[in-house]
Design a protein around this ligand. Structure first.
Ligand SMILES: Nc1ncnc2c1ncn2[C@@H]1O[C@H](COP(=O)(O)OP(=O)(O)OP(=O)(O)O)[C@@H](O)[C@H]1O
Ligand SMILES: [Mg+2]
Length: 609
């Protein structure tokens, strides 16, 4: 091919990541085009007559008019197979494990064939009829995952040949169905959702190990959730905590336009963490898609779809999958950057008019379904939103709130006060609380819904009274109202706060969360009763509540939490019986507290005051 060969497709214009190619024939929307000699990948985003507009996924420096271009004749497709588990990939699902520190432009799309081998066991025999979604065999993978090789959607027929039990490379043919080879690794266009037979209502919560989430704002398996929060409010830490501790089978983590060093830290941490389910490495169950801020902007756009496709692939094996995306705002910025270069009419704040539908299309890929093969699986999507300047009225935040089932809104004031996770109890919601309550009731905890509404009620009332107290001074409030403010504090510090760095409390299972909630509610209830019985507010406030407040950090089991609850109640009981409580009203938790320690200290579980 020479530079004067006018019949060949040529680059006509380069504008940042937007490249116009003249002379491409038979190209369809979203087809992958390779640009220039180094074959930079890009995606067809507009076709006007002879001119095809391509959105390049990589830095286009050095690309010039006249350079060649070539259509691959197919849309961007994810390469799906057992190599995904435990792997790290870029936004186009090209493996980064073992890649050089700096990727060369045009880094190849495919893994070297036969790079990895997997243990395959067939589950069909020659002569069997196989419908779409049928399980052809299984692959032994780490992480305790039932990895099924499923006949891809749209394929069916009679099994002609099956690969026998044994090691198989990633591109091995596992079966031949009516003349068509089915490989261990298959491809699927990332922008097309994988079909399913039927959509089901969610029924069980995703247990995240984060108390404020599990107790107040749960998300169902198959649900969707957004985490809006200003700069530094703890979005990344919260999403990483969920990646580490949630009870899904597979977790797809997308680092989208966020800091690379944070991702590197998480990866090394993940590699060192033990999976509570299997005793193996936690990273065996994760797929990490890295498109950090130092990587090409345009591949961010694709990374979100790649993640959804990977999740649906594992869902189709009958697994529960979670997609964690940090942050969808960086993804929306890529949409905006592209739209403005493409000369699209900007809508709100410069975002394209299609922003809302793009967000809806992403969150719509969450769901609990019956797969085409008749299995039950789910995809849960959790996305961080980072509104510039913490402005919750900006378009990405407002649209996202419309499409999700749960919202964990991170509050700047809480984060400044080092109340982590800084999930605001007044600004967050869960639309599936009835289903979650039914699940808890069915699994032996009928009190979940009551505890939740009790907690939420006290928190709201305490907030209202606190602002009143700020105006009038706490001393002006009657005892019961001061006790309510105290109850709010106990709930915040004893239940809602949870340090990601704690060895005991980084993750909290439902039984311990229930024990802590009940303990704090019992102590708060006792304080309210005592206020009603005439114990002055100042006396109650002066008590040392540290045994119950520190239970979350120090009491590792529900039993240990219950011991502290009894000790704390006994201590308060002593106070109610003490003559003339008003006499100590203004005294700090000095001597009275010490006596109480002796009384309750028999349990041996109390921390020093
Ligand atoms: N659960 C937690 N436990 C302890 N510390 C936390 C927790 N959550 C957040 N932090 C603290 O808050 C800091 C900022 O958190 P993080 O990086 O997650 O914020 P972010 O919202 O992702 O910020 P950015 O907007 O810059 O991406 C962390 O470095 C950590 O010190
Ligand atoms: Mg962050």
């Amino acid at each position: 091919m020479t530079a004067t060969d006018s019949s060949q497709p040529r680059i006509a214009r380069v504008n940042g990541p937007l490249v116009e190619v003249a002379g491409l024939t038979e190209v369809a929307m979203y087809d992958i085009i390779e640009l220039g000699e180094s074959r930079l990948p890009g995606e067809t985003v507009a076709i006007r007559g002879d001119v095809t507009t391509v959105q390049a996924y990589e830095y286009t420096g050095g690309l010039a008019p006249g350079h060649p271009a070539r259509s691959l004749g197919e849309p961007l497709s994810a390469r799906l197979g057992p190599h995904l588990l435990g792997g790290i990939f870029d936004g186009l699902l090209r493996p980064l494990t073992g890649a050089p520190a700096w990727l060369e432009p045009g880094h190849p799309f495919t893994l070297a064939a036969g790079h990895d081998e997997f243990g395959f066991t067939p589950q069909v025999s020659a002569g069997d009829a196989a419908a779409e979604g049928a399980c052809l065999g299984s692959v032994a993978v780490a992480g305790g995952i039932a990895y099924r090789v499923v006949l891809p959607p749209g394929m069916s027929g009679v099994v002609e040949r099956v690969r026998p039990t044994g090691r198989a490379p990633g591109d091995a043919v596992v079966a031949t169905i009516s003349g068509i080879d089915v490989r261990l690794t298959s491809a699927w266009p990332v922008r097309r959702r994988r079909p399913y037979r039927e959509r089901l209502a969610g029924s069980s919560p995703l247990l995240t190990g984060q108390r404020v989430v599990d107790v107040l704002f749960p998300v169902l398996k198959g649900g969707s959730c957004a985490v809006p929060g200003g700069f530094g409010t703890g979005k990344t830490i919260l999403l990483q905590q969920i990646t580490k501790w949630c009870d899904a089978d597979v977790i797809v983590y997308v680092g989208c336009g966020e800091r690379g060093n944070e991702l590197a830290d998480m990866l090394s941490e993940l590699a060192g963490l033990t999976d509570p389910r299997t005793g193996g490495k936690l990273s065996d169950r994760t797929v990490v898609i890295a498109n950090t801020s130092n990587m090409p902007v345009m591949a961010r756009e694709a990374s979100i779809y790649s993640a959804a496709t990977v999740a649906e692939y594992f869902r189709d094996m009958g697994l529960d999958v979670v997609v964690v995306a940090d942050s969808t705002s960086r993804w929306a910025e890529a949409l905006r950057e592209f739209a403005s270069r493409n000369g699209e009419l900007p809508a709100e704040e410069g975002y394209p008019a299609s922003l809302a539908s793009a967000l809806a299309a992403f969150y719509e890929r969450a769901g609990r379904v019956v797969t085409v093969g008749g299995l039950e699986g789910s995809v849960t999507i959790i996305g961080a939103v980072s509104p510039a300047g913490g402005d919750m009225t900006e378009p990405v935040t407002t649209y996202t709130q419309r499409f999700v089932r749960s919202l964990w809104s991170l509050d700047r004031d809480l984060a400044y006060a080092r109340h982590y996770p800084a999930i605001s109890w007044s600004g967050s919601f869960c639309r599936d609380d009835t289903a979650v309550a039914a699940w808890y009731a069915g699994t032996g905890d009928p009190g979940w819904a009551d505890r939740r509404s009790h907690l939420a009620g006290l928190l709201a009332e305490a907030d209202r009274l606190s602002s009143l107290a700020e105006l009038m001074g706490a001393a002006a409030l009657p005892p019961r109202e001061r006790a309510t403010i105290l109850a709010g504090r106990l709930i915040r510090e004893g239940v809602l706060q949870q340090s990601a760095l704690s060895s005991v409390d980084a993750s909290c299972d439902p039984s311990r969360a229930a024990a802590l909630t009940s303990a704090v509610l019992a102590v708060a209830g006792r304080c309210l009763d005592m206020a009603d019985a005439g114990v002055p507010g100042a006396t109650l406030e002066a008590q040392d509540f540290s045994p119950i407040l520190r239970a979350r950090e120090e009491a590792a089991t529900p039993e240990a939490v219950a011991v502290r609850k009894r000790a704390m109640l006994a201590r308060l009981g002593g106070l109610a019986q003490a003559p003339g409580p008003s006499a100590e009203a203004t005294e700090p938790a000095g001597e009275a507290g010490d006596q109480d320690h002796e009384r309750a200290g028999q349990d041996g579980h109390l921390g020093a005051a």
